[in-house]
Write a protein that binds this ligand. Structure first.
Ligand SMILES: [Zn+2]
Length: 342
């Protein structure tokens, strides 16, 4: 019995020692793994820092073929591209250098500042005498759409070369901005165009909101921003914009096609549509750089022209809706008061 007890004691002692050894080994492996991780992280951080320092110090323009695939958008712009710049500050500093995106950034940055100025001036100068101050929101919807779109677009073009994820995120915001601009443009036109016609007014506002939200949902699809989807993209926004044909035709039948006021109001609307459609067509077809690859790398390529046309169309629309609102408000309240027309 004593021998057996002794053997048992020795056995349990051995097991305890083995357990302790196993635990010690585990601890050593964990410590080693952690040290390796730290070293890896340190190396990675050093690499990132080196990259950032390199980029901060200097980045040079590169050709289309040198770009990583996620930055290859338009092969007809052969040179003048920024390389990937994984630093927000350096991307923003690049606004002040000449490259393929400089024109895209500045056209919408200037447009954005212009519309902020117009909004402030409109709100404080009584540019349109609106008796009921609540109706100012109708114009503010348009200004908000224009400022948000131009702002998102400026940020997108600035951070486009940051990294694939940042580029994807801001391209989605850019496209959502286009929908916001179209939605905002409809609001004052439909509101004052159908001022005393409650049912069409509400119907068209619901129509534009539904189309706008649907367009935004489509533009959130990852593939939507890829070069192969460019014609589809242009088509989606053109169709959305062209849905203005329905309220415009309705307005023409309602007010009469041949009176001076409706001709003037529809004229501004048509001019705005022509500018948007011309810009979208150039954008989709990549004209003029398609005809002369490499000749429009820095200035006057299709995207820049599209940007200028969008700002011009928004200004034309602003002028058109202020004229429409001024005319409608000069007629006074709906006659007879409170009557809801169909
Ligand atoms: Zn753009």
């Amino acid at each position: 019995m004593t021998l057996l007890a002794k053997e048992n004691d020795q056995g349990s002692l051995l097991r305890k020692r083995e357990n302790k050894l196993e635990e010690a080994n585990k601890e050593i492996t964990e410590i080693n793994e952690k040290t390796e991780d730290n070293c890896d992280n340190q190396l990675e951080n050093e690499d990132i820092n080196k990259n950032k320092q390199l980029v901060n110090r200097k980045w040079s323009l590169c050709s289309f073929t040198e770009l990583p695939s996620w930055l290859q958008d338009n092969e007809y712009i052969t040179f003048g591209h920024r390389p990937p710049i994984p630093c927000v500050k350096t991307c923003f500093q690049s606004i002040f250098r000449i490259h393929a995106e400089t024109g895209n950034i500045w056209t919408h940055l200037v447009g954005c500042i212009l519309f902020i100025g117009i909004t402030v001036y409109f709100t404080y100068s009584q540019y349109v005498k609106i008796p009921d101050s609540k109706e100012t929101w109708v114009f503010l919807a348009f200004f908000a759409g224009a400022i948000l779109y131009l702002g998102f677009s400026t940020i997108f073009h600035t951070l486009y070369c940051h990294s694939q994820n940042v580029s994807k995120l801001f391209s989605k915001l850019d496209y959502c901005g286009i929908s916001l601009l179209i939605m905002g443009s409809f609001v004052p036109w439909v509101y004052f165009g159908f001022y005393c016609h409650f049912v069409p007014k509400v119907l068209y506002l619901v129509m534009v909101c539904t189309l706008g939200i649907s367009t935004m949902c489509v533009s959130l699809i990852d593939k939507f921003s890829t070069p192969t989807w460019r014609p589809f993209r242009a088509g989606v926004f053109m169709t959305f914009g062209l849905s203005a044909v329905f309220p415009a035709l309705h307005y023409g039948f309602q007010e009469g096609w041949f009176n001076h006021i409706s001709q003037k109001n529809l004229g501004w609307l048509v001019l705005m549509g022509v500018l948007y459609i011309a810009g979208a067509l150039l954008y989709a077809l990549r004209v003029p750089e398609r005809w002369y690859p490499g000749k429009f790398d820095f200035w006057f390529h299709s995207h820049q022209i599209f940007h200028v046309f969008v700002v011009a169309a928004a200004l034309v629309h602003f002028h058109g809706v202020t004229e429409l609102a001024t005319h409608r408000l000069s007629l006074g309240a709906c006659d007879p008061p409170g009557l809801i027309k169909m």
